[in-house]
Design a protein around this ligand. Structure first.
Ligand code: 26Q
Length: 740
């Protein structure tokens, strides 16, 4: 970064009569000009992260921070009577929908920060994840036209566009490069689809509705489009440098597949090597096996991709043939390893006219990793148990992480400054030094209480402005923010809140300290039950917030359009992080880590990375409740009958409120459907865990009355959060998988 050039440019900037969007573009472009070029990649080993999603959020503040000019820009604007927060009107780049996409963004940040050559490949969607608004408590989806503010952080590379061919159309993949700043400048390359009519549609929407054949085929096109473009250019660059010696390709390139979404490119790679460079199928397959690795992010059956041969054949016939051929090789290999029929079938890539993409991924990948210890155990013992038996070296764990630059330094300046004052080392340069905070004294605890109060005040003011809900700052703040899904059990929190509410009204919880519950989540547009849960929580919020009897005791708010930027405010201002998924179903969670690093205690189940969080911060400093994986396995075996657990009046009243007329679902019948699914199946054990959940919430509330002791628990979480920096995760990937 040429800081003098930047300073000169900044000081020469005329801010008069310019709106936020204009200034945003001018300052961003200036920073881009002064930042320097993307670091050299030639002649060395590079790692590539292929992902359908990169949930970047806002680039402006983060990039200026990474470039070391955020403070200067802040001062400059103040001098002109402007507030740097004016750029909060520039909306996030939401090219992802949740954890998997945000993880990809954190990884790029950490790799650049550590000086490791990791580059991203993805899609430049015209519209990112929809903007959410509530109308009458129902979720409404609005298009996310993020480019209308301009896109100063990308550079279009027209000269490097390439043609991607489908059976029925040809489309250009035009690269847009976003530099990722750190010790190195790495590159995130997003491809935009261009061509006639239909072609453009490929990069139009993140998650086209895939409940129709057309929708499914469009998603397939998206997957092939960007991953084939990536492999096309990687092989071409290699050829230019080293000629046809592709057996050396894996020495220079290692590719990480972010879930199964880009896995189709393994077949594309084999196609390129056999058709264009005349390799035999078996050597091409061998080279592929030494190039690719695969990360699994979910064990939910509905999220494991599987393509109908018919669809694949319609648009990618050659790829369909190649996958079938890989499948034949795989079968042969399984047999030679001594698999029986059953085992071979379980691992089969092609069966019953369908392609099983996770099986393809696992077969080709050198390493397959889970994203938290428990998740990896489940992969080893359950989803991929046969793989693990015949390829014991393949499966490994890489517990997720979050970049502490965005999720501590940027979103919590106050806490960062407290750490600067308290630690005699440069924790910003080496987050592992945060551990030295353990053994903090009373003074630090007092200072922390003040920081938390400041961040809470900022958050509650923001919520008042945005949502119109006023929460006094003496309230204890609980938050559950994440995608809306039944397994994450926002519904269980809703029932718990209602139970607390009824208990407060009846006098059962007469000395409960005041508390607020913040929800934030988007539901997939076609996920009916998830949308019903949003409506239900909004109904509960309206009822509780308008009950004057509870005005000083309880508040509930479901914030609209929860996204990365909202998360930055919520994680900093929250006291209690709710992580209550059904044990075994949340692969890792990363929100849990963000809250921990900002000093919230976790109230959660023994699931995903929660287990590792409490292992490090101490069970005594967090609130663990609910059934474990083992307990649920027993329960399932014995036969679970949900209605048995409705044995207390407040709980009954809370659950029955879905059908007894307390709340209205606008005549859709959705509340009744939800109620019946609970009483009859309760696949996610909401009713089973509800009792211990409410008890735990009450315990948290009781404990928080002793401010100092509670702050000490919160600080213990900060002190032990270094492990969850994605710097640690990336170092592990670099060492164990990528060898960079
Ligand atoms: C599947 C089939 C067809 C179309 C789409 C999909 C699909 C799309 C997105 C399946 C899964 C996803 C996203 C998954 C995801 O975000 N998983 C989260 O990954 C995080 C990072 O590892 C974990 O922390 C979370 O636990 C996990 O839920």
């Amino acid at each position: 970064m040429d800081k003098t050039l930047f300073s000169d440019g900044l000081n020469g900037l005329d801010t008069k009569n310019k709106d936020a969007v204009t200034l945003y573009n001018e300052i961003s472009l200036l920073a881009m000009k002064c930042a320097g070029d993307i670091s050299e990649t030639k002649g060395r080993r590079n790692a590539y992260y292929l992902s359908m999603e990169f949930l970047i959020g806002r680039s402006f503040y983060n990039n200026l921070m990474e470039l070391g000019v955020l403070e200067e820009t802040d001062k400059f604007l103040s001098g002109k009577g402007l507030d740097i927060r004016m750029f909060e009107e520039i909306e996030d780049a939401a090219l992802g929908n949740g954890g998997l996409g945000r993880l990809a963004a954190c990884f790029l940040d950490s790799a650049a920060g550590l000086g490791l050559p990791l580059h991203g490949y993805g899609i430049r969607y015209k519209y990112g994840l929809f903007k959410q608004a509530f109308k009458n408590g129902f979720q409404e989806e609005l298009p996310d036209d993020w480019q209308r503010f301009g896109d100063p952080w990308s550079i279009r590379r027209e000269d490097e566009k390439r043609l991607i061919e489908f059976a029925d159309m040809k489309v250009y993949a035009v690269p847009y490069d976003m530099p990722v700043f750190g010790k190195r400048i790495n590159r995130l390359r997003l491809f935009q689809a261009e061509g006639d009519g239909e072609a453009q549609k490929i990069s139009e929407y993140l998650y086209p509705a895939d409940d129709t054949k057309e929708g499914k085929i469009l998603r397939l096109r998206q997957e092939y489009f960007f991953s084939a473009a990536a492999l096309g250019e990687l092989t071409e660059h290699f050829f230019k440098q080293y000629g046809k010696r592709f057996e050396k390709f894996p020495e220079y390139n290692v590719i990480q597949l972010n879930d199964t979404h880009p896995v189709i490119c393994t077949a594309e790679f084999i196609r390129l090597l056999t058709v264009k460079y005349k390799f035999s199928f078996s050597s091409a397959l061998d080279i592929a096996k030494r190039t690719f690795n695969y990360t699994n992010h979910t064990i939910l059956p509905e999220a494991l991709e599987c393509w109908d041969e018919e669809y694949m054949r319609a648009v990618l016939p050659e790829i369909a043939d190649i996958i079938i051929r890989i499948s034949v090789y795989a079968d042969r290999e399984f047999q030679s390893l001594g698999c029986d029929k059953e085992q071979a079938k379980e691992m089969a890539i092609y069966k019953g006219g369908k392609f099983y993409m996770a099986n393809l991924a696992v077969y080709i990948a050198g390493k397959v990793n889970g994203v938290a210890e428990l998740h990896t155990e489940i992969l080893k013992n359950d989803l991929f148990k046969t793989v693990n038996r015949f390829y014991p070296e393949k499966l490994q764990n890489k517990t997720n992480g979050i970049t502490h630059r965005r999720w501590l330094e940027l979103c919590n300046k106050e806490l960062s400054e407290l750490l600067d004052r308290t630690l005699n080392n440069n924790w910003r340069g080496d987050i592992s030094r945060l551990n030295e905070l353990n053994g903090f004294n009373g003074e630090t605890a007092d200072a922390f209480i003040e920081v938390k109060q400041t961040k809470k005040r900022q958050l509650l003011n923001y919520i008042k402005d945005r949502e119109g809900v006023e929460i006094p700052e003496n309230f204890l703040v609980f938050a559950q923010v994440k995608r809306l899904h039944e397994y994450k059990r926002q519904l269980m929190t809703a029932f718990a809140v209602l139970e607390v509410y009824y208990g407060v009204k009846s006098g059962k919880y007469h000395d409960l300290p005041p508390c607020a519950f913040i929800f934030g989540a988007k539901s997939a547009p076609s996920y009916r039950r998830a949308k019903t849960i949003i409506k239900f929580i909004n109904e509960i919020a309206a009822k509780i917030n308008s009950d004057v009897q509870c005005a000083e005791r309880l508040k509930v708010v479901f914030v609209q359009n929860y996204n990365v930027s909202y998360a930055e405010k919520i994680v900093a201002g929250t006291d209690v992080s709710l992580q209550v998924s059904t044990a075994g179903l949340e692969a890792s969670g990363t929100g849990n880590m963000k809250f921990m690093m900002n000093g919230a205690v976790t109230c959660g189940t023994m699931d995903g990375a929660n287990i590792e969080i409490v292992e490090r911060a101490g069970k005594e400093n967090n609130y663990i409740f609910g059934a474990t994986v083992e307990e649920l396995a027993r329960l399932k075996a014995e036969g679970y009958s949900p209605s048995e657990y409705l044995d207390n009046p407040e709980r009954c009243k809370a659950v029955e409120s879905l059908i007894d007329g307390t709340f209205s679902d606008g005549g859709t019948g959705n509340f009744k459907e939800l109620y019946e699914s609970l009483i009859n199946e309760d696949n996610y054990f909401v009713l089973y865990d509800l009792e211990s959940y409410v008890k735990t919430i009450i315990q948290v509330c009781t404990d928080c009355k002793d401010k100092k002791t509670f702050a000490a628990k919160q600080l213990a979480n900060v002190a032990n959060s270094a492990f969850f920096s994605s710097d640690r995760t990336i170092k592990q990937y670099a060492q164990d998988i990528w060898k960079i």
